[in-house]
Design a protein around this ligand. Structure first.
Ligand code: NDP
Length: 479
């Protein structure tokens, strides 16, 4: 049987690797090979950068103007809406995300990324600064050039478009390297971009691995003007070093170990429901996961009872089934990593209240208590459906515990006390603080992390600053 091949997409053409290299794409639910993927290397990466470079240097895309570029990006978003099921199923079969999530959340949000940044760029293309001296100054935000976008596997399309959309809206050309385990939606996206009227070479997709492969070749290519990366903190360090070699500006969105603080004055049921979403959405494979749950002692027992009940009720199954709420983990390698945390709970001094291993690569919603702050489950990013619940006695203790981590991506606070909500939000060292909610995003707001969670921010004007070369023009108007 000849298996379908997911090709690279370079200069508007679907191509295989020069040496016909391929690798398997495995469905994490069936654990069978579903498709094959073109295996790129340094040569394909260089080809894609050349295509992006030529497309940028020809000027057609950067000088097209915000209105016409915006029209193409809006057309692409419309086409994504029309292909929602195909795009959603691509991510679901690549990494096991429930189809209800990929079709109702990931794809609509990915289309919104294009609509938002197309409009945002048009509306914020320049700033004028009247001066007292008989001059005026203005800031032009000029396209930076070729952007290398390196994406992770947990929200494939959503995180790829979070990078590509602002990069394209600001007139850059892009080479995207999806994570090796989630290649499918990126290739579909590139096809749709061409159909929407995007000139060849403006959006290129190269498949392959990170180290000693496509990823590394992109981050060391001096013709690349910006590198935007989302992934593990350790990989972020490697990419940061590679980028420094060419003085290429880099944006790093890295790992997390989110604290979720529930005060006794919170709306208990609402806090339980949000906390369930915060850790078990996408089987916990979320950098923003609320994996450290701190509950004020007065409500600890009642909260824990309700939380375990709700966690146990989640429907586990085939991610292609619309009723499934929790699917398998994305890969065998990742399952093995998460399993090592689950297996190590008791040795680490913790107690597993509910959960453990399921069929295949499934890890059931797992709730751990009694774990000391030094335990691996409390310190390291698990990236799975495993939460540690710990009681606290005072606001100061909750803040200290929450900040006791090298990460600083996000935190959640549940309270009905307005002053406390503001006070605690200001004390938490995290790039995003959600009060009485989780995962709600305004695309104008900064997104990124403190400490080991990243370097730089993206979103709204923050994306503009990263994906452009801001230029000052100062003009005498009164001589
Ligand atoms: P990785 O860091 O392993 O990989 C991310 C991407 O980088 C992949 O495309 C990978 O390719 C590539 N890569 C790996 N090594 C190199 C290299 N030396 N040079 C260039 N590219 C390289 O992360 P995961 O894919 O495992 O994603 C999960 C991680 O992402 C978690 O730690 C999570 O917290 C983080 N994350 C952070 C988010 C944020 O916004 N802060 C959002 C979502 C996830 P390949 O897969 O082929 O090896």
């Amino acid at each position: 049987m000849t298996m379908e091949l997911i090709p690279h997409f370079i200069d508007g053409k679907e191509i295989e690797s020069k040496d016909d290299g391929r690798f398997d794409n495995v469905d994490p639910w069936t654990r069978e090979v579903r498709t094959q993927v073109a295996l790129g290397g340094a040569e394909e990466a260089a080809l894609a950068v050349s295509a992006a470079r030529d497309a940028f240097d020809s000027g057609a895309w950067p000088r097209m103007g915000f209105t016409e570029r915006g029209r193409i990006l809006h057309r692409l978003a419309d086409l994504m809406d029309q292909h929602t099921y195909e795009l959603a199923m691509a991510d679901t079969q690549d990494m096991g995300k429930p189809i209800s999530d990929s079709s109702s959340k990931d794809v609509p949000r990915s289309a919104l990324n294009f609509r938002f940044f197309a409009d945002h760029a048009r509306m914020s293309a320049a700033e004028t600064l009247p001066m007292d001296s008989g001059h005026h100054a203005y800031t032009r935000f000029e396209s930076a050039g070729v952007v290398a976008a390196i994406a992770p596997w947990n929200f494939p399309l959503m995180l790829e478009t979070w990078k590509i959309a602002p990069a394209l809206a600001w007139g850059n050309t892009v080479v995207l390297k999806p994570a090796e385990d989630t290649p499918s939606s990126a290739t579909i996206l590139a096809r749709l971009a061409l159909e929407a009227g995007m000139p060849p070479g403006v959006l290129n997709v190269v498949h392959g691995f990170g180290p000693d492969s496509v990823g590394e070749a992109l981050t060391t290519d001096a013709r690349v003007d910006r590198i935007t990366f989302t992934g593990e903190s350790t990989t972020g360090r490697v990419i940061g070093r590679a980028a420094a070699g060419n003085l290429t500006p880099v944006s790093l969105e890295l790992g997390g170990k989110g604290a979720n603080i529930v005060f006794a004055d919170a709306d208990l049921e609402s806090a339980v429901q949000w906390s369930i979403k915060a850790i078990f959405n996408n089987a916990g494979q979320v950098c923003l996961a609320g994996s450290r749950l701190f509950v004020e002692r007065g409500i600890y027992d009642e909260f824990l009872r309700r939380f375990c009940e709700a966690a146990d009720a989640l429907i586990i199954g085939d991610p292609k089934d619309p009723s499934t709420q929790l699917g398998p983990l994305a890969t065998e390698e990742h399952y093995t990593k998460v399993r090592s945390f689950v297996d190590g709970v008791e040795a680490d001094g913790g107690t597993t209240m509910i959960g453990g291993l399921g069929e295949g690569w499934v890890v059931r919603p797992t709730v751990v208590t009694d774990a000391p702050a030094t335990a691996r489950v409390c310190r390291e990013e698990i990236f799975g459906p495993v939460v540690v619940v710990t009681p606290f006695d005072s606001e100061a203790e909750a803040v200290d515990r929450a900040n006791d981590t090298p990460f600083g991506l996000n935190a959640m606070v549940f309270t009905q006390n307005l002053s406390r909500a503001h006070r605690v939000s200001s004390l938490l060292r995290a790039g995003t603080v959600w009060v009485n909610c989780f995962f709600v995003r305004d695309l104008r707001a900064p997104f990124g992390g403190f400490g080991d969670s990243g370097v730089g921010r993206e979103g709204g004007n923050f994306s503009r600053e990263f994906f452009t070369e801001p230029k000052a023009v100062v003009m005498e108007i009164d001589s």
